[in-house]
Design a protein around this ligand. Structure first.
Ligand code: AMP
Ligand code: GLY
Length: 416
């Protein structure tokens, strides 16, 4: 079976690694990275080249395409594949607005009685200033569209809120993504990522995970794409998010989305119960790198069940082990960083998923050399019977992996 995975990060390497456990699977990655090349073939098509991806899948007889990142989904990759009768794991563009437009997602939640922070959507400074004048602080200001995780500002006072609004609505630092702004109530609680498989008719929550967004230990430093993750979330009681998952499915059904893939529910566990902070319409990164090593069932069969709309009969099994995933980043990330440094990965007990690596030809050498090619370079995951055991394994392995400027957090999975 030929499976095309769209994307080039640790998430896509982890999805491929898990799919490959089924011996009938042959993998293709577009565009992939230095690690995916070891388990499949990298195809030089970028994730936003939707028509080229569909042409490739059609021409080469791909059986199913799995979409990693949100961008191609919001660009309508699923609609294009559906038009051509090509199987694809990922929702259509209308449903992808649940991630691509925060105003759309909030409206969806309100309409379907899904608990979330109180909010207003505004389009100009005048409306914003009026609202801010009557707000209590902190208040959360969010750019409507995709902003690479940087479009959310937690404002401690009026001045900060006005600056955030001006940046989005007047200066336009997020371009069109900031033409609409959501202003919402600040919620307090532990955050949990609840990813669910859904075929639009049934929904099956996976085990939970939590990611570490800040660059430095103790949640200090800049926001990043994720410096690590753990699974399960220690703050979650099984079943806590089921009602929200079911209401989300009811909403998906009544909107007629025909959803197929993963719906990622970003939960916050408040004193008034779990509420939804955000939806993503895909697997999380780096949550996936912690989750999939715990998955005991065959991912290929699950994905087939989803695309064939037969998910309700699926039984999905997970290991009881705890997972700790630590991201190794380039010095300077999430700011400026250099690439092209040789990466040396000895034999490890942990799973090493590649994110920003490339296998390059070296002058005069026969074999390819793995070098750094991105801000997040590797995502290293270990399992253990408890988080401390998993931490020991992962940090021991990390000490053996070498590349210039290797940076990572030392507190992933630590119990405080
Ligand atoms: P979002 O992209 O909407 O999930 O926001 C990114 C991050 O901002 C979340 O993971 C939270 O840490 C924080 N955040 C977003 N909305 C709120 C809120 N209403 N209250 C508190 N924190 C929030
Ligand atoms: N880890 C957060 C995300 O994938 O959006």
């Amino acid at each position: 079976m030929k499976i095309l995975i769209v994307g080039s990060g640790g998430r896509e390497h982890a999805i491929g690694w898990k799919l490959k456990q089924n011996p009938v699977v042959n993998l293709f990655f577009a565009p992939g990275n230095g690690g995916t090349e070891e388990i499949g073939e990298n195809i030089p098509i970028n994730v936003d080249e939707v028509n080229k991806l569909a042409d490739y899948a059609e021409r080469t007889g791909i059986d199913i395409t799995v979409v990693g990142p949100e961008l191609p989904l919001t660009l309508g990759i699923t609609d294009e594949f559906n038009k051509r009768n090509l199987k694809i794991f990922g929702p259509c563009a209308e449903a992808a607005k649940l991630e691509g437009s925060k105003a759309f997602a909030k409206q969806f939640m309100k309409k379907h009685s899904i608990p979330t922070a109180n909010y207003n959507v505004i389009t100009n400074m005048e409306e914003g200033e009026k609202l801010i004048a009557n707000s209590s602080f902190p208040v959360v200001v969010k750019a409507n569209g995709l902003a690479a995780g940087k479009g959310v500002v937690i404002c401690m006072d009026r001045e900060e809120a006005i600056t955030a609004l001006k940046n989005m609505l007047v200066t336009g630092i997020f371009g069109e993504a900031g033409n609409l702004v959501v202003i919402e109530e600040y919620l307090i609680g532990k955050e949990v990522s609840l990813l669910c498989f859904t075929d639009g008719e049934a929904i099956i929550p996976m085990e939970t995970a939590s990611d570490y967004k800040r660059a430095l230990d103790n949640d200090m430093g800049a926001n990043t794409g994720g410096m690590g993750s753990i699974s399960p979330s220690p703050y979650y009681t099984p079943g806590l998010g089921d009602e929200i998952a079911n209401k989300t499915l009811d909403g998906i059904k009544s909107e007629g989305f025909g959803y197929c893939g993963v719906i990622y529910i970003g939960l916050i566990l408040t004193d008034n119960g779990p509420k939804v902070l955000e939806y993503n319409v895909r697997f999380g990164d780096p949550e996936t790198e912690a989750l999939l090593p715990r998955l005991e069932s065959d991912l290929c069969q699950i994905m087939m069940a989803v695309t064939d709309k037969k998910l309700s009969g699926c039984k999905i099994n997970w290991s009881d082990q705890k997972a700790v995933c630590v991201v190794l980043a380039s010095e300077g990330y999430p700011g400026e960083y250099e690439t092209g440094f040789e990466v040396d990965i000895p034999k490890t007990k942990s799973f090493v998923f590649h994110a920003g690596t490339v296998a390059e030809e070296q002058p005069g050498e026969q074999s390819l050399q793995l070098v750094t090619d991105g801000g997040r370079v590797l995502a290293v995951t270990a399992l253990g019977s408890n988080f401390e055991d998993a931490r020991k394994v992962v940090y021991d392995d990390i000490s053996k992996i070498q590349f210039e400027g290797k940076k990572y957090r030392t507190d992933i999975g630590a119990t405080k």
